[in-house]
Design a protein around this ligand. Structure first.
Ligand code: ADP
Ligand code: MG
Ligand code: MG
Length: 192
């Protein structure tokens, strides 16, 4: 179950990971994109940290301020997608605080917003197996790592990487890697 306390801990850890891996994320975005994913995410997560420091008093509010920070600061393709994920969690949290239900709502929002599906070499290739594993009560670090790695041999079908077609093969998807950090920090947060 998500609470204001454990979700704040989770998202602050995520912000820390993004900050630490900012250059790596941009390096990944260089051969198959425009090299800005690390910068985009670092700017957005810094804004999330500031929003969380205002101590939103319920989970819905917490997800709303997180979504707003991401939408207004990340930019690119990933900003609206991560933002939508947290907006959907905000909506869902009015009736539910179970992690599996919240994450499923977030994934549905990402799919609707970006029009991508599993196998398109996007962050969905991490979200989809993670949501399935959470629903089955079996999320492990291996599930996350395998999902991130699965994007390497894929041909990109959405986003900037899709302009490269076959030449996108052999590279990890940067959004999949940043989503990997989201779920690694989730796994490392006690009591969720
Ligand atoms: P931009 O490509 O606009 O520079 P970013 O570099 O911040 O934005 O984000 C790129 C990431 O966004 C990709 O690695 C991919 O995971 C994700 N992405 C792009 N388009 C889509 C889409 N239509 N659906 C899901 N994810 C997408
Ligand atoms: Mg980019
Ligand atoms: Mg860009």
């Amino acid at each position: 179950m998500l609470t204001v306390e454990n979700t704040t801990t989770w998202l602050n850890k995520f912000a820390e990971q993004i900050e630490q891996h900012q250059s790596y994320l941009s390096e990944l975005d260089t051969p198959i994109g425009d090299g800005d994913h690390g910068g985009n995410m670092a700017r957005g997560l810094a804004a999330v940290k500031t929003a969380l420091a205002t101590q939103p008093d319920d989970l819905t509010k917490l997800f709303q301020v997180t979504a707003m920070a991401l939408i207004s600061k990340v930019g690119g393709a990933s900003g609206p997608l991560y933002g939508t994920a947290f907006l959907e969690m905000a909506k869902q949290s009015k009736t539910d605080t179970d992690l599996d239900v919240l994450l499923a709502a977030a994934l549905a929002g990402i799919e609707k917003r970006g029009g991508a599906t599993t196998g398109d070499k996007t962050l969905i290739d991490v979200w989809a197996p993670v949501v399935q594993a959470v629903q089955a009560g079996k999320l492990t670090q291996t599930v996350i790592d395998d999902a991130v790695a699965s994007t390497k041999p894929m041909v990109a079908k959405k986003g900037r990487a899709s302009y490269l077609g076959e030449r996108s093969v052999g590279h990890l998807d940067p959004g999949a890697v940043s989503s990997g950090y989201l779920f690694t920090t989730l796994l490392a947060t006690e009591g969720i």
